[in-house]
Design a protein around this ligand. Structure first.
Ligand code: NAD
Length: 698
C-alpha cells in the first residue's frame, strides 16, 4: 500500500509511502483521494493530517509516468478533493515539497513543516507550469511577488522563508507529525481554511505591475516559452475566482505541454542524469581516494581548476615554472574570491579558509603526495610530454594523472609515462571555476577505477562530467570548428558579420559566433592554423580572418577585431575596414556576394554541429546523443529549450536533416559536408538519435 490510513483518536493520518521520494504516481493519487473522501464521510474523524514516510514529503510527479497517457484520478482532481473536505486538513512537511507535492500541501488547509524542509514549484524548468492549482493557490497564500519569484525561478524555498510568506503556518525542529496532529486537533473548532477561497487585492497588481515584472526577467528568460505562461496564470489568479483561474491555468498548461520546449527541457533533465552511466563502470568498480590535488600551470585554466577543488574543501598544490607566474596565478585566484565576497556571496573568513587550502610551488617533488594531478600548461605536445615525464618520476603510485588539453592526443601523452592506465583527460571549460561542463576523456588504457573516480569527483566539485573518447577536440571543440566554419563561410558568401550574429542570437545562443571569436581572441585560431596544413581546413572561411589578425585586430582585448569597439566598451560595432577585407576576399574567391536569410545561416551552423555530432556518436567518441546535448548546453550555451543539437535534429526529423546535409554536400561540394554514416543510417531506417540511445542502452 503506497498510501495508508491510521486513526489517532479523532485525527486521521493519511501516510504516503512511495520511496524514494514519494512521487505522485497513480497509486499515490488514487490512495490519497480514496482515503480523504472516506475520512470526510467518517463522522468519527474530526480532522485529517497528510504526511509522508521516508526521507521527504511528496517531491513531485512520477518521472516514470512522463510521456505515458495520464490515468485518473488526475492531480487537479485530487487536490480539489483535499481542499473541499469539510474538516481541517493539515500537511506535515519534511524534506522537500516540490511541484505536485507542494500543490497537494497548498490544497491542505494548514501546513506544518520542519525547519530543514524546502518547498518549490520547479515545473518551469521542465518547460511547463504548476498545473494542479499551484499558480492559483500559491499567489493567494504567499502574495503575488513571492509567487512570481518562486514559480518563474522554480527555485527551492527554505521553510523559514516560506513561513514568512504565509505558506507554512508552523515551523518545528522535529516531530513534524506530532505537531501536525496537534494543529489538526486545535483547528477542529475553526474548521477548514481553504486557500482557493482567499482573495488577492487586484488594485495593486495592475497591468503596469506585470509589465514591469516582465521587463525585469526579460534577459534571463529570453526565448523560453513557459515563464510567460506562468505570468499569465498569476495574472488570472489576481482577477478571477478560483474555478475560472484553474480553467485558465489548464489552458496555459496545455499550451506549454504542446510546445516543443517542454520535450526539449525534459530531454535535458534526463540527459543530465544519464551522463554518469558509463559502460563498464558500476557501483562495484573500485574508486581511488582524492584527498589532495596538484595542478601544473597557473594560467587562465590552472587557477580556475584549482578553485573547484578548494571550494570542495580539497587542498591544492599549484606548480609553475617561475615564481612570478605562480604569484600572478595565485593573485587571480584571490581576486576571484574577493569579487565573490564583495557580492556578499562568500564571507571574508570563507575566502581565507579557501586560500589556506592553496599551496604554491616550483618544485615537482611537492606533488609527490597528490592523489590527482592535473596538467594545464601550454597546448603543445612537446611541453605536455615533458611535464608528464617529470610527473611520472615524482607522482606516488596510484595517483591519477590528468591533462586539460583541448585538442592533443591523450593516448600519446599517456604513452610517455610508465603508467598509462592512470592517465586520462579532464577537459575543463573557461572560466573553469564557473563553467559546469567537464569532459572526461577516456584514453585507450585508462583504468576503469580512474574513470569512475573522476566521474564521482566531477559531481563532488559541482560539474557535469561527460565522458568522451580520444579524438581531435573531443566532443565539444571538435563540433565547434564546424559551426564556426559555416558561420564564417556565410560571411564570405554575402552575409554581414552582424547578421550571422543576430541569426544565432535569435536562435537562442547567448552570443553570435563573430562576437564570440572577438571575445576569445582571433589570434588563437590564427596561430593554430599557422601550425597546420592548409589542406586541413577551409581556407575560404579563414583567409579573411587571417587578414584581420594581421592588421593587429586580434579581438576585444585590443579593442578591434571583426568588429570595432569604442574605448573601454565591449559593444561590437560593424567595422568598415573589416567589411572591405571581406569584400576583397569574396572577390578574390570569385564569389558573387548575396544576402542570406537568418534561417539559412542557422540551418548551416546548427546542422554542421549535428552532422559532426553524428560522426562522433557513430565512432563511439560519445556514449549517447544525449551526452552531446549535455556538452553543448553546459559548455557552449546551446539553448536548453532546444534540447541540444542532437535533440534539435530529432525535432526537425532526421530524414529532413539528412536531406539538408546531402543538399549542402552537393551545393558546396566540400568534404566537410559529407553526411555522417550514422545520420544516413538512422534517417533511412526512420529512427531518431533518442531511439539510437535507447537501443544502445539495452
Ligand atoms: P595559459 O597560457 O594561460 O597558462 C599556461 C600556464 O602554464 C602558464 O602560466 C605557464 O607559465 C605555465 N607553464 C608552461 N609550461 C609549464 C611547465 N612546464 N610547468 C609548469 N607550468 C608551465 O594557458 P591556458 O589557457 O590556461 O591553457 C592551459 C591548457 O588548458 C592548454 O592545454 C589549453 O589547451 C587548455 N584549455 C584552455 C582553455 C581556455 O579557454 N583557455 C579551455 C580549455 C582547455
Amino acid at each position: 500500500m503506497v498510501v495508508s490510513l491510521e486513526k489517532r483518536g479523532e485525527i486521521a493520518v493519511i501516510s504516503v509511502n512511495n520511496p524514494p521520494v514519494n512521487a505522485l504516481s497513480h497509486g499515490v493519487r488514487d490512495g490519497i483521494l480514496t482515503h480523504i473522501q472516506a475520512c470526510d464521510a467518517d463522522e468519527a474523524v474530526k480532522a485529517i493530517v497528510i504526511a509522508c514516510e521516508g526521507r521527504t514529503f511528496i517531491a513531485g510527479a512520477d518521472i516514470k509516468e512522463f510521456g505515458a497517457p495520464p490515468k485518473a484520478p488526475h492531480l487537479p482532481d485530487v487536490v480539489q478533493g483535499i481542499e473541499d473536505v469539510s474538516k481541517p486538513v493539515v500537511a506535515a512537511i519534511h524534506g522537500t515539497a516540490l511541484g505536485g507535492g507542494l500543490e497537494v500541501a497548498l490544497s491542505c488547509h494548514y501546513r506544518v513543516a520542519l525547519t530543514s524542509a524546502k518547498i518549490g514549484l520547479p515545473e518551469v524548468k521542465l518547460g511547463i507550469l504548476p498545473g494542479a492549482g499551484g499558480t492559483q493557490r500559491f499567489p493567494r497564500i504567499a502574495g503575488v511577488e513571492n509567487a512570481l519569484d518562486a514559480i518563474i525561478s522554480g527555485r527551492h524555498v527554505k521553510a523559514a522563508e516560506a513561513a514568512k510568506w504565509g505558506v507554512i503556518d508552523q515551523l518545528v525542529e522535529d516531530n513534524v507529525l506530532d505537531a501536525a496532529i496537534a494543529m489538526a486537533t486545535a483547528k477542529i473548532a475553526e474548521g477548514p481554511r481553504r486557500t482557493g477561497e482567499m482573495e488577492i487585492d487586484s488594485s495593486v497588481y495592475d497591468q503596469s505591475f506585470f509589465d514591469g515584472f516582465r521587463k525585469s526577467i526579460a534577459r534571463k528568460t529570453r526565448g523560453y516559452f513557459a515563464p510567460e505562461r506562468c505570468i499569465r496564470c498569476i495574472e488570472a489568479a489576481v482577477v478571477l475566482p478560483l474555478k475560472e483561474g484553474l480553467q485558465r491555468e489548464r489552458e496555459l498548461f496545455m499550451e506549454c505541454m504542446q510546445n516543443p520546449q517542454a520535450r526539449a527541457l525534459q530531454h535535458m533533465f534526463f540527459a543530465d542524469r544519464q551522463v554518469s552511466r558509463i559502460p563498464g563502470i558500476d557501483k562495484t568498480t573500485p574508486r581511488r581516494e582524492i584527498k589532495k590535488v596538484g595542478i601544473i600551470g597557473a594560467g587562465t585554466m590552472g587557477g580556475g581548476i584549482a578553485m573547484n577543488f578548494a571550494n570542495a574543501g580539497i587542498p591544492v598544490t599549484l606548480l609553475e615554472v617561475q615564481q612570478d607566474a605562480l604569484d600572478r596565478g595565485l593573485g587571480v585566484v584571490r581576486k576571484n574570491y574577493d569579487r565573490t565576497a564583495a557580492k556578499g556571496k562568500l564571507t571574508t573568513e570563507a575566502v581565507e579558509a579557501r586560500m589556506a587550502l592553496f599551496n604554491g610551488t616550483l618544485d615537482y617533488a611537492d606533488l609527490s603526495d597528490c592523489d590527482l594531478i592535473i596538467e594545464a600548461v601550454f597546448e603543445t605536445m612537446e611541453i605536455k610530454k615533458k611535464v608528464f615525464s617529470s610527473l611520472d618520476a615524482v607522482a606516488k603510485e596510484g595517483a591519477i594523472l590528468a591533462t586539460n588539453t583541448s585538442y592533443l592526443n591523450v593516448d600519446e601523452i599517456a604513452a610517455i609515462t610508465k603508467r598509462p592506465a592512470d592517465v586520462l583527460g579532464l577537459h575543463f571549460f573557461s572560466p573553469a571555476n564557473v563553467m559546469r561542463l567537464l569532459e572526461i576523456v577516456r584514453a585507450e588504457k585508462t583504468d576503469p577505477a580512474v574513470l569512475a573516480t573522476c566521474v564521482d569527483l566531477a559531481k563532488k566539485i559541482g560539474k557535469v562530467g561527460v565522458v568522451a573518447g580520444v579524438c581531435h577536440g573531443f566532443i565539444g571543440n571538435r563540433m565547434l570548428g564546424h559551426y564556426f566554419r559555416e558561420a564564417s563561410l556565410s560571411v564570405i558568401e554575402g552575409a554581414l558579420p552582424e547578421e550571422v550574429d543576430a541569426a544565432m542570437f535569435d536562435f537562442g545562443m547567448p552570443m553570435g559566433p563573430m562576437t564570440v571569436s572577438d571575445m576569445a581572441g582571433l589570434d588563437i585560431g590564427y596561430l593554430n592554423r599557422k601550425g597546420m596544413d592548409r589542406a586541413d581546413y577551409e581556407t575560404s572561411a579563414t583567409d579573411w580572418m587571417d587578414r584581420v589578425v594581421e592588421m593587429d585586430r586580434k579581438g576585444l582585448k585590443v579593442g578591434a577585431g571583426i568588429y570595432d569597439y569604442d574605448e573601454g566598451s565591449r559593444t561590437p560595432k560593424p567595422s568598415a575596414t573589416v567589411m572591405a577585407i571581406i569584400e576583397e576576399e569574396s572577390a578574390k574567391l570569385g564569389i558573387a556576394r548575396e544576402g542570406k536569410t537568418a534561417e539559412e545561416i542557422v540551418e548551416r551552423c546548427v546542422l554542421a554541429l549535428v552532422n559532426e555530432g553524428a560522426k562522433i556518436l557513430g565512432e563511439g567518441m560519445a556514449y549517447r546523443a544525449s551526452d552531446i546535448d549535455v556538452v553543448y548546453a553546459n559548455g557552449y550555451g546551446f539553448p536548453p529549450y532546444r534540447g541540444g543539437p542532437m535533440h534539435y535534429a530529432d525535432h526537425l526529423g532526421l530524414k529532413n536533416v539528412y536531406e539538408k546535409v546531402c543538399g549542402f554536400a552537393e551545393k558546396y561540394g566540400k568534404r566537410w559536408w559529407k553526411p555522417a554514416p550514422l545520420l544516413k543510417e538512422l534517417a533511412e531506417s526512420g529512427k531518431s538519435f533518442a531511439e539510437y540511445d535507447r537501443e544502445n542502452a539495452k
